[in-house]
Design a protein. Structure first.
Length: 541
């Protein structure tokens, strides 16, 4: 064992060794016999990843063909995405993706925190193409700084004291972030109960011009006498229906002149029943409820979903062309990076599933479903994939930002949760989406409400950024504490402590003694569990 403290800049009483020359370790094995219930014959808990991370035991074993681990050990994840993660040990049969680690004659918590400080490096430098695993050449060649035994105790005590205070601070920051999420939803709830614009409504009389509605023809002039009616949702919805009828007449005239496909006459949706209205929250005077189909554009597939899997396969993907939109693009609000594409020919085939800039995009699945984002202005035409839905609003009457916030509110998410169906995977269908209820009110108030929401959400965003920065600083402080701990700067040295070189000499002598005892097995000598040295893992494994 190397004991040159100059390997690292360490106090004189410290020493340093290569980790692999000092540690005892053993990789787990899958038990030959397992039981889902604890029995007399199967009483040893199987320590797999879930048991290691969550203290949840799923199976028990009889111990045949197993390697055991103990509370005095600590464990490291050897295989998988979390390789290099360490945690405190527990009694049981060691899982096949875990390694038990033990440092003889030392304060094992000191070594535990040392490896904890190396997690990021070990994890990012894992080996393997399919399933990554810890790189032994990296792990066992770390220079391991060893202070005197008494100082190890002081270092661990100081780390745990500082970490305890740090963890309390982090807990408070996370609680504040969770409360911020609750506040966002409370804000949206108030918004769509009309509370954020109550003062605005009280300060002005709603007139046809102020409501953003201009008469289209003389037929509408009959409504001018009723100032209040023109500012209501009922009046706005009537305006929408009238314009739909006029556009249909124009489309019909174009068809009669130019031929082609005959346009379909718009069909007004049936009004909400008394029973349906009774299930909905009360709205301010002048507001009303509408279905999505009443405020979408007058186009085919204004509300649509992605194609069935057989119509869009992985083999259709290209490196460039027309972008595809997946659930992750919506949930991460990312429509410009790590994209998949299809060619123009496939795009023409999938035209009913196409997306234009400023469409509302909604996830069809989740718990609950209904994450909503606006496809950014200036974005190229795209195509939905199977678990996404588009909602193309008639933006002259329905503010897309407003309805994005509305669909993301708990009120609409609850509705979507009720209509999500399926056995293997629960999803929203287009027809069920068309049954949800959305609030409608005058266009001017829609704009005012969006401004109110965004002003308050901007404050939330700034606070969330502050909390995120504080959490990052807390993690940086944790790493700073560990760095000081393993360079001799966290606690003062005591000149009366036995130096680490003496500790290492004693450990070496103990190993020689254990090896001699092993040779006595021919005369029936039996080792205690604490005397059995663990087989070191091969550095080529």
């Amino acid at each position: 064992m190397k004991t040159d403290s100059k390997m690292l800049e360490l106090p004189n009483s410290w020493a340093a060794v290569k980790l692999g020359d000092f540690v005892e370790n053993e990789k787990g094995k899958k038990p030959k016999n397992e039981s889902k219930a604890e029995t007399i014959s199967h009483s040893i808990p199987y320590v797999d990843i879930q048991a290691f991370e969550e203290n949840v035991i799923r199976t028990w074993t009889d111990g045949v063909g197993c390697r055991l681990c103990y509370e005095t050990d600590f464990l490291m994840v050897w295989d998988g995405s979390r390789s290099g993660l360490v945690g405190k040990g527990m009694n049981g049969a060691l899982g096949s993706t875990l390694v038990r680690i033990y440092f003889p004659s030392m304060v094992n918590d000191y070594a535990f925190y040392f490896l904890k400080s190396k997690y990021q490096q070990i994890n990012t430098r894992a080996k393997g193409v399919g399933i990554p695993h810890v790189d032994p050449a990296l792990l066992w060649n770390y220079d391991f700084p060893i202070p005197p035994l008494n100082e190890q105790h002081r270092i661990v005590a100081k780390i745990e004291e500082l970490f305890s205070d740090l963890d309390k601070g982090i807990e408070n920051l996370k609680a504040a972030r969770a409360q911020l999420k609750v506040y966002r939803q409370a804000l949206l709830k108030h918004a769509f109960e009309g509370k954020l614009t109550a003062q605005w409504r009280a300060e002005r009389h709603v007139t046809p011009a102020k409501a953003g509605v201009q008469p289209l023809n003389d037929m509408d002039s009959r409504l001018r006498g009723n100032v209040e009616l023109l500012g209501t949702a009922a009046a706005l919805l009537k305006r929408i229906q009238q314009e739909r009828a006029q556009r249909y007449q124009q489309q019909l005239a174009d068809w009669q002149t130019n031929g082609g496909s005959k346009p379909k006459a718009p069909k007004p949706l049936p009004p909400l029943t008394a029973a349906e209205l009774a299930e909905l929250p009360e709205l301010p005077e002048g507001w009303g409820w509408v279905r999505p189909g009443e405020i979408c554009v007058q186009e085919s597939y204004a509300i649509g979903i992605g194609p069935f899997g057989s119509n869009l396969k992985v083999s259709d993907y290209r490196e460039s062309g027309v972008p595809l939109i997946f659930v992750k693009n919506i949930t991460r609000s990312n429509f410009s990076r790590d994209l998949k594409y299809i060619d123009e020919e496939k795009y023409k085939e999938l035209m009913p599933h196409s997306v234009k800039a400023l469409d509302l995009l909604i996830t069809k699945m989740g718990d609950p479903p209904g994450d909503c984002e606006i496809y950014p202005e200036g974005s190229p035409n795209a195509v939905l994939t199977a678990d996404c839905l588009k909602f193309r609003l008639w933006d002259e009457y329905a503010n897309r930002k407003l309805y994005k916030y509305c669909i993301n509110s708990n009120f609409v998410k609850r509705q979507l949760g009720f209509i999500t169906k399926g056995v293997a995977q629960k999803k929203i269908s287009v027809e069920r989406f068309k049954t949800i209820c959305l609030p409608l009110f005058c266009v001017e108030e829609q704009k005012v409400l969006v401004q109110e929401i965004e002003s308050k959400l901007s404050e939330c965003d700034q606070l969330e950024l502050t909390l995120t920065t504080s959490l990052q600083q807390a993690e940086a402080l944790r790493q700073s504490i560990l760095k000081k701990a393993f360079s001799g700067q966290l606690v003062p040295q005591d000149p009366h402590d036995e130096p680490a070189s003496a500790l290492l000499a004693r450990i070496k002598a103990e190993r020689v003694d254990v090896a001699a005892k092993l040779r006595k097995k021919s005369v029936g000598y039996k080792l205690s569990p604490t005397e059995i040295p663990l087989a070191s893992m091969s550095k080529e494994s």
